[in-house]
Design a protein around this ligand. Structure first.
Ligand code: FAD
Length: 346
């Protein structure tokens, strides 16, 4: 028998960063994950503090950003590898009203750390209403990060590459799964959490997304472009663009429709249509939630069952903050914020 304090199910960004946090706090853990494609490996990893048509920042944004930057930079130091690419973002303003809203936000001192001003024109981009230049934006190289963490967990002997079969989990005061016994199991299965027998009543609203990686022979902007879709220049001749948003077809099949839509959207905003060659088309399912807040907490009838899931399309920014918050709750009995606590559905 292999006894640990926490058994973590899922080695996506949520399970991996929570496992890292618990290890930093000298906890014993085991992780189970089948090592298949997941949302975290596919994701663009964008970090964008001011979002939506109305350019809104979450009231906790300063904390989200500072915890995320601190965690990713400490992982960079540990693995001697770059994961956080900080890069400005240009948001293409679409109408007169859109521009007026951007101007209003620029006058708001609460947004001064995130908004830089309006560019009237760009060499590469069609922008009759200008471009809002955003700060503190960038992206996480999620695939590289997960790979580094996977190796680290394997070397420490805490990661097992297999799928947990819910039917074989024994739940009493503790949990037992085959040869592993744990005080608590924490489910971090991404959108598969909707089939978890103990937490499937939570209102998951999964969303399929597709992303293209392509080469271009044409000069691309240096900044991340945001035009409802986005384009991230990842090398001088390579970029990623995405991502589609499909609530009706929750499957992992790449579609011609999404590919055409993403290329057409990019061509529409660039002055010179790039000569592109798509070298990869990836599909993932976002574990989105009805109220767009995470699902964190403990089962009302089984104190040994917890969940850490529901990070929607903002996992790169949210997960570091909520790892710290959840670890404080688990280890120091700090109350969970109501907005993320699953008790809000009871
Ligand atoms: C197309 C696309 C684009 C995105 N773009 C962005 C972006 O730009 N910025 C951003 O912040 N977020 C983005 N996201 C969202 C981001 O991917 C998520 O917020 C985050 O990665 C979720 O991580 P997770 O660990 O909860 O889920 P996942 O990454 O899906 O990981 C869940 C893991 O659990 C495992 N698992 C499931 N069931 C079991 C079981 N029974 N036993 C063992 N293991 C199990 C799975 O195999 C998987 O490895 C995007 C997502 C998609 C799909």
């Amino acid at each position: 028998m292999f006894a640990v304090s926490f058994l973590i199910v899922g080695q996506g960004l949520a399970g991996s960063l929570l496992a890292w946090e618990l290890l930093q706090r000298q906890q014993t853990i085991a992780i189970i994950d089948p090592d298949e494609e997941n949302a975290s490996k596919v994701a663009a990893g964008l970090i964008n503090p001011v979002t939506g048509m109305r350019f809104v920042a979450d009231p906790r944004i300063a904390d989200y950003l500072s915890v995320a930057r601190h965690l990713y930079q400490s992982l960079e130091r540990h693995f001697k590898q770059r994961f956080l690419i900080e890069r400005p973002m240009l948001r293409i303003l679409k109408t007169v009203e859109h521009r007026q809203l951007a101007e209003k936000r620029l006058q708001d001192t609460a947004y001064a750390s995130y908004l830089d001003g309006i560019l009237e024109a760009s060499e590469c981009v069609e922008s009759p209403y200008g471009l809002l230049r955003q700060k503190q934006t960038g992206y996480i190289k999620t695939r590289d990060l997960l790979q580094a963490l996977q190796q680290y967990f394997m070397q420490r002997g805490v990661l097992q590459k297999r799928r947990l079969d819910y039917a074989q989990l024994e739940v009493n005061g503790h949990v037992r799964y085959q040869e592993i016994s744990a005080k608590k199991i924490i489910f971090c299965e991404g959108y598969a959490g909707q089939h978890n027998p103990w937490f499937s009543c939570l209102p998951f609203t999964p969303v399929k997304g597709e992303i293209l990686t392509a080469t271009s022979t044409t000069q691309l902007p240096q900044e991340i472009l945001n035009y409802h879709q986005w384009m991230i220049p990842t090398a001088s001749d390579q970029f990623r663009t995405g991502s589609s948003f499909d609530r009706d077809n929750i499957n992992l099949a790449a579609t011609e429709d999404a590919r055409q839509m993403l290329l057409a959207a990019l061509n529409k905003v660039l002055k010179i249509s790039p000569q592109t060659e798509v070298i990869n088309q990836q599909v993932g399912i976002r574990a989105a939630t009805q109220d767009r807040q995470p699902f964190i907490g403990t089962h009302p009838a089984h104190s040994s069952l917890s969940i850490f899931n529901g990070f929607g399309s903002k996992g790169s920014l949210f997960i570091p903050y909520y790892c710290r918050h959840f670890a404080d709750h688990l280890l120091n009995a700090r109350p969970l914020l109501e907005m993320c606590n699953i008790t809000r559905f009871s």
